[in-house]
Every structure is written in C-alpha cells, then in structure tokens.
Design a protein around this ligand. Sequence first.
Ligand code: ADP
Ligand code: MG
Ligand code: ZN
Length: 609
Amino acid sequence: MQEVKKPSKKPLIYYYVMTILILMLLNATLFPSILEKKVQDVTYDVFMSMTYDRNVGQVQIEGDEITFTDKAEENIYKTVAVSSDQGLVDRLYESGAQFQEIDTQPGLLTSILVGWVLPLLPFLFIGYFINRKMQKAMGGGEGMMFGMGGGSGAKVYVPSSTGIRFADVAGEDEAKELLHEIVDFLHDPEKYREIGAKLPKGALLVGPPGTGKTLLAKAVAGEANVPFFSIAGSEFVEMFVGRGAAKVRDLFKQANEKAPCIVFIDEIDTIGKKRDGQFSGNDEREQTLNQLLTEMDGFDGSKGVVVLAATNRPDSLDPALLRPGRFDRRIPVELPDLQGRVEILKVHAKKIRLAEDVDFEPIAKMAAGASGAELANIVNEAALRAVRDGRKFATQEDLQESVEVVIAGYQKKTRVLSDQEKKIVAYHEIGHALVAAMQTHSAPVQKITIIPRTSGALGYTLQVDDGDHFLMSKEELMNKICTYTGGRAAEELIFHSVTTGASNDIEQATKLARAMVSQFGMADEFGMVAFETVSNQYLGGDASLTCSPETQTRLDQKVMEIVETQRQKALSILKENEDKLHRLAQYLYDHETITGQEFMTILEQGERE
Ligand code: ADP
Ligand code: MG
Ligand code: ZN
C-alpha cells in the first residue's frame, strides 16, 4: 500500500493572513472617510433662518464652530458663528433645539459590519472555491504528491448522452448477443438470481482495430439504463508510482457507489501487459495492474458492477487478468464478413444522401478485408466525392471509387509516368491479371488501372472474391503466389529487363510461401511442424521463428523453391498467351483502366480467333 498524504493546507493559511492584512490596511485608510457621516458646510445665514423656522434638531457649539442637524436629524451641517450674535443661545432654546454633542463617527456595530464583515465575505467565498478546487485536484484528498492534478478521470455517462444503440452497430451479431445478456442482467437481475446464475464480472472485447469495440461498449451504455464509466487505459499511466493505482481505486469506489453500473476500460493493454520481470520492471504499471486485479476480486458481482474492456492485443495481456472471476468472458469482435460489410455500409449510408439505385453488395465485395472503420470511411469518401463533383447525392460510382481511394489512395492528377514506364506498368498489371484468369482457381479480376495513386502504387489489379473464404487449399495458395509473380514475369518476357515495380509483389509472395512452409505445414519434407509463432494476430500478425539455424536455412531454401516454381509457371502461362498479353496491355495503355468485363471480352475474342 502506498502512503496517503493529506493535502497541505498551507497555501490557504497564507491566503487568509493576506486577507486580514488587506482589511486592516483598508480600515486604517479608506473606510473611515467613506463611513464618516457627511457634514455640509453652510453659511451662517442658513443657520439663522433654520433657527427661525424651528428646523434645528441638535446643536453643538465649540468656540465659534457650530455643528447642527435639521429637525429630522438626517443631515449634519457646520457653520462658523458670527461672534456678535449674542442672543443665539436663547433663540436656539426657544426654537426647541437640543444642546448635545453631535457624533460624526459611525457606530461601533456599523463600523465592524462595514469595515470587517462585509469585505470579508467575498474573500471567504473565493477562499472556499480555491479550497474546493484544490481538493478536487487532489482526487478527493487521496494519495497525492506535489499537489498535482488527479482524480480517476472516469466520466459518468448519462445513459442517453452517447445516443448509440445496438442498432447502430451492424454485423457483429455474436458480440451483440453476448453483450445483450449483460444488459439484460442489469435490467432484470431477479431472473438470473432465481436460477443461481452469476453475472460475469468482466467481459473483454478483442479484435483488430476499427472493428467497433469502442462502439459496442458505447452501445451497451446506450442500451443499459445504468451509469456508465468510461476510461482509457492510458489515463491510468502516470509519472509517479502509485498514482495509477490510486486512480483505479477511485474509479471502483465511484462504481461501487453507483451500482448497478458498467465500467469500460478502453485499450486495456496499456495497463494490463504481462508482468515479465524483465529489467527492473515498470513499477508504476505493475502497481496499477495489481490494483486492478485486487479491485476486480474485491467487488461483489451480485451488486451489478460489470467491467468491460477492449483491446487489440489480447496476447500481451497478463494471464491473471484473463482468469475466470475477472475478465471471464471474452468477446471476439472480428473483421466483418460479406454480409456484415453490407450491413455496416448500410448503417453509415443512412447518414449521407445516396442515389436510389445503389447496390451495396458489389461494394462490400470490393472492400474485402475492410474493417468497420474503413467502411465508414468509404461511405464518407463517397459523399465527399459527390460534393467535389457538385452533385447533391452520392452514386454507385462514388462508392466504387472511394473503395479504391481507401485501399490504394487518391489518383494522382499530374502525369508522372513516362511513356515507356506507362507501357511497362500496363504489361505488369496485365501479367498479374492474365495469370490469375488462366488459373481456374483464381478470383476474377474486377478492374485494372494504371493511373498512379498517392499510396505510391503505379497501377493495381482489383480482385474480387465472390464470397468469403475461410479456408484456402494448398493449390489456391500456390496459384496466388503464381499470380503475384505474374507482373514481373510479363516484364521479363516482353522487355527482357526487370524493374523495381515488383517489390510489393515479391514481399507478398515470399510472406505467403513462408507461411505455407512454417505455419501451415504445406511442405511435405517438413511435415506438420510449426516453425513460426504469430504474435499480435490483430495487428499485422508478426511471426517470429522458433527453429534452429539449420532448419532456418532449409526453410529459406524451400521458400525460394516455391516462389521460383510459381514464377516459372507464370512465365509459361504468359508465353502461351503472348498475343493476348499484347492486346490487353495495349488496351490498358490506351484506356488507362480496364474493367473485368472488358478484360474477359478481349480475352475471349483472342480465344475465338
Ligand atoms: P475499435 O474496435 O478500434 O475500438 P471503434 O469502435 O472505435 O473501433 O470503431 C471506429 C468507427 O468505425 C466507429 O465509430 C464506427 O463509425 C465504425 N464502425 C466500426 N465497426 C462498426 C460496425 N460494426 N457497425 C457500424 N459502424 C462501425
Ligand atoms: Mg477503440
Ligand atoms: Zn505487381
């Protein structure tokens, strides 16, 4: 446990001492002159006439100075007596004036009230606010150092404020179903208690970036009419040891008070990383994690506090966090399938104005492998394109183009390719497409363009699968590698030289071939042995080798062999169809873009001749 320091009151004492000093100064200088009753100087004849009018109340005579008030004793006057006026006293007596000392000083009570109490009030008020602010900044006066900002930072969400419901999350039906149960429990706990079922304490949303994990959590908040605390894992990361832990404690304290409620920790991997005892370790992070583990054990599940968390690095999480009783429910939020993509496109299309005849299915097919966030982006790009063209609604074509924009970047307007380069790129791309088309198992080509893109691609081939594929056979993978090598093969065949344009193809082909050998067990001589383990499956899927250097050498040789065999195959396919290659490349060179249909027409023409 860390030491809990009470916030220092010192600054506040200084503040009050200063206030008293300022008030003393004011009382000595400014206040008396303000508070003193106003004395009006008048001439003697005014005094005389007031006496005759019997309009004098009190009179005080000091030498030749006469101070007097009117009958109502409201105003005080002062005048200098004319020394020859002998009958003055008698006359005053007759007029009914009272001889009395007139006090021009304010009363004691008034002077205390006006001089001290009143000015003190605003100071007290300001002091009170400073005090409150300081305590807030100290996280309710808990575990502070140097009196710097703090608090758990958890925001309480009013249920309707996010406004996101399950209906706003398209696809992801399994995830929604699992979360729905949690929402249901919070609404009607009796139903579950009767049968003795316990609410899971925590659920962990795992999946690649942009698949809607944060969105789902917000939808849960929108559906469950309970308070929703949302905090990002990074908000627990603090400079000082113990601060993060204090935040965790504070968060769960708040949550327990508000139960039933939902606590959502986004990007939990920032604090939930494996504690691996390497180096001196990160004390602060470890303490925060320990505190989280303790809190999750500590609270009573039946009270109705549910902890949701999201991450795209589940493999880096501490196993202690994942054991039953903590995040015992794991909710996969995967990349959407074809149907899911169509639905996501539809959800986002509601936000923009679209032509009536838009068909989302071909768009979804084009955008294979896109995440929800990318699909949302595609729809928005389409709307932007429509505006750019001065139209009032987006069309099918806008959507198609924006898929390409999201995949390959914007079209480059300026011509950067020389004539010869353009020719090479045309042959290269047709090489890919032709090899793909000639192998029965390859997906048909949707479109090929040689308009350079901002991503750096000089041209590209858009392949569209007819549906989702979950399994790939060895043969299909081989054909894919063959297609990757088709571009370079065409360059070699026609121009007898090679260019740098194939670097990405080479990378892809190698990656695939390596995975076949070391992960999929598709090379006979190595058998069913894994030589690589994939870490970070949701973030690129880096693989690390787990084999001896000797095996590694053999693996490399095998990979080279696979790619080379496929390159030879591609070369022979292109040689056999060289006339088609020329015709198609010429067409692409002239038109810069060729659709799948045009491609097939030209291909079949060649076959008929
Ligand atoms: P992450 O999984 O990385 O937390 P987000 O939940 O932040 O992803 O999603 C980012 C954006 O992508 C959302 O705001 C939403 O617009 C869009 N999105 C992602 N998945 C979906 C989905 N299943 N349905 C609708 N929109 C989605
Ligand atoms: Mg997120
Ligand atoms: Zn290529």
